[in-house]
Ligand binder design. Structure first.
Ligand code: M6R
Length: 613
């Protein structure tokens, strides 16, 4: 959702920013723009649509200059038009600003500014902030750093901003509150971006701005940091661990496909150093300091959104089965507004791939204020959620660029499995024998995922048969019910086919009315505790002439005899089935979306990191 890139140094800014914006395309957007300063003039280029359209638009224009700011906008206030695209200039055309987030009190500020003679060219809250900065800089006759700081004291809402001044090509001003911003420190140059992906090829030294911080990136004075309350701060420089190759497609047609195929490795990376087979133990260093609170928790509350919420639902089965602790899984967006009952001995697990989801962050703050222990399960290192939690375990899945979450889901489930095993072991709710068996089975999961990936050609054929279905049903029971939900979400978000996930037994309470010979039903029917029941549910679909595509355990004969198609997956412990059963669902959605000519990596209307509520 919205992306910022900015540069100041000795190189041409425009190509660096343009490339950076392309790296941020995965976040989701509908217009883009870049402003550069060159010889005291401010040149702003903006275009509705993809960054490629902006690139085409500037082919005959002078984009030179060594300082600039760029933006990809995901529309909130006003349509995705050229006028509403960022950067926005001040009325006197001296400054330009890019902004992620929402200024909640923009309407009242705008009215005041109009009364003072300001006129606006867009419908955005961002342009209002730009004019407020201009107004303050004129009124107080102060430098841009001070004007931005004073303006931010007047706004309510969330922001990550970068501002340039055409009369000073030696500095950029950046600030953040509830929306991420990373500063990259090169040799005689600075970068600024919403995440590290546009920066990594230039420098690994970064500073993650904290909420309420404002930075001056000056070629003369270096990096200066203050709070918006005017307290001086010392920048904390960190080294990025990310590698550039992880941001490329590496020969695959889409990031999503690459990420699906990376899962044997990402699950392995997630377990590395944590699943200690020779010592028969699980070791999660990031939560050790809070082990006592976690093991003794009377209740676990999981908060998350989307796919991460589905991982949380799998976690519910894992924690209840292995650690015998009651679990509630909450949509962060509902939890934060529900006045929920939270006790200090509750443990709240916040799951988020991006670590920036606004609702999950707000839910964390609420739970924190009630004294609960907050554990994070995030993929993006240094993200806002990873910093807002008391402790946590990174998923180590590597950058996930496709908007549809795939490898992040299996990594989240892997972390939750490890946590449940660790707590169960400590509490004695899991026998030595089961623990050892689970360790071995978990260790084998990457190989099993590899073998499921080999069914890709078969899955492609099934996709071809059902690609034109307007609807689809996904069923699963027990720990595989969330797999059905996740399968439905994957299909709908990238192929725009309406899909519903249900616990298989719920089908007869309503969705069965939808079944006819046109309707495909995807069922997880692996050999586990509810196998016989799921077989009956499949019979019910077939009795109504529905089409059944079943994910079964290798060697299954019963379902093979009833279903229209079966996809075999290897046998594993019942608790680990979601880690492999989810793979065929991902591949099915991917192929169907490709066959329907959908933009798989950047589906319409979606954003990778949902930083507004
Ligand atoms: O970054 P997060 O895990 O917090 O994101 C949560 C959801 O926005 C995300 O999972 C979304 O549902 C994906 N598009 C699913 O593929």
């Amino acid at each position: 959702m919205c992306g910022i890139v900015a540069y100041i140094g000795k190189q041409e800014a425009f190509p660096i920013i343009l490339k950076g914006l392309k790296r941020l395309e995965y976040r989701g957007y509908d217009s883009s723009g870049i402003a550069v300063v060159n010889n005291d003039s401010l040149n702003v280029f903006k275009k509705q649509g993809k960054v490629a359209m902006l690139e085409e638009f500037v082919t005959d224009k002078d984009t030179s200059g060594c300082i600039g700011i760029g933006h990809t906008r995901w529309a909130t206030h006003g349509l995705p038009t050229d006028a509403n695209a960022h950067p926005h200039s001040s009325g006197n055309e001296k400054f330009a600003l890019v902004h992620n987030g929402i200024i909640e009190n923009y309407a009242i500020i705008k009215e005041n500014l109009i009364n003072k003679g300001h006129t606006f060219l867009s419908e955005t809250d961002t342009e209002v902030l730009m004019h407020l900065i201009e107004e303050i800089s004129t009124q107080h006759d102060c430098d841009l750093f001070t004007a931005v700081r004073l303006a931010l004291n007047e706004v309510i809402g969330a922001y990550a901003i970068v501002v340039i001044n055409k009369e000073n090509d030696q500095e950029l001003i950046a600030a953040r509150k509830s929306s991420p911003l990373v500063v990259g420190i090169g040799k005689g140059e600075y970068f600024c971006a919403s995440d590290a992906t546009p920066i990594i090829e230039f420098t690994k030294n970064v500073v993650y701005l904290e909420d309420g911080e404002i930075a001056k990136l000056s070629l003369k004075d270096g990096l200066k940091l203050k709070t918006i309350k005017n307290e001086t701060k010392t920048p904390f420089i960190q080294k990025l661990e990310m590698e550039l190759e992880t941001l490329e497609k590496g020969g695959y047609d889409h990031f999503m496909l690459k990420e699906i195929f990376e899962q044997p490795k990402s699950v392995q990376d997630c377990m590395r150093g944590r699943l200690v087979l020779n010592e028969n133990k699980v070791s999660l260093g990031g939560i050790l300091n809070y082990k006592e609170q976690i093991v003794n928790a009377k209740r676990i509350i999981v908060i998350a959104c989307g796919t991460s919420w589905h991982a949380g639902l799998v976690g519910e089965y894992l924690f209840e089965e292995l650690a015998r602790v009651p679990v509630e899984v909450e949509y962060a967006s509902e939890f934060r507004y529900r006045n929920p009952i939270i006790y200090p001995d509750d443990v709240v697990i916040a799951i988020s791939q991006s670590g920036e989801t606004a609702d999950t962050l707000a839910a964390i703050e609420l739970a924190k204020s009630k004294g609960a222990t907050i554990v994070g399960v995030c993929n993006v290192v240094g993200s806002s959620i990873s910093r807002a939690t008391d402790c946590g375990s990174y998923t180590h899945a590597g950058p996930e660029i496709g908007v549809a979450s795939t490898k992040a889901f299996t990594a989240q489930v892997t972390v939750l499995t490890l946590m449940a095993m660790m707590i169960g072991r400590e509490k004695g709710t899991i026998s030595d024998e089961r623990f050892t068996r689970l360790m071995i089975d978990l260790d084998n999961i990457p190989h099993k995922i590899e073998s499921v990936l080999k069914t890709d050609a078969q899955i492609q054929k099934i996709a071809d048969i059902y690609k034109d279905s307007p609807n689809a049903l996904f069923l699963g029971r027990g720990i595989n019910f969330p797999v059905a939900l996740e399968g439905a979400l994957k299909l709908k978000e990238i192929s725009y086919i309406h899909a519903e996930g249900y616990p298989a037994a719920e089908m007869k309470h309503g969705p069965i009315a939808l079944i006819d010979e046109e309707m495909p039903t995807f069922v997880v029917a692996t050999k586990d505790g509810s196998y016989e029941k799921v077989v009956s549910n499949i019979q019910e679909v077939k009795a109504r002439k529905g089409k059944v595509i079943a994910i079964v355990t290798k060697g299954d004969k019963v379902v093979k005899g009833i279903a229209d198609h079966v996809i075999e997956i290897p046998k594993t412990d019942d608790m680990l089935v979601p880690l492999i059963a989810t793979i065929p669902m991902q591949l099915l959605s991917y192929h169907i979306a490709v066959m329907r000519n959908c933009n798989v990596d950047q589906p319409r209307n979606l954003a990778k990191s949902v930083t507004v509520e």
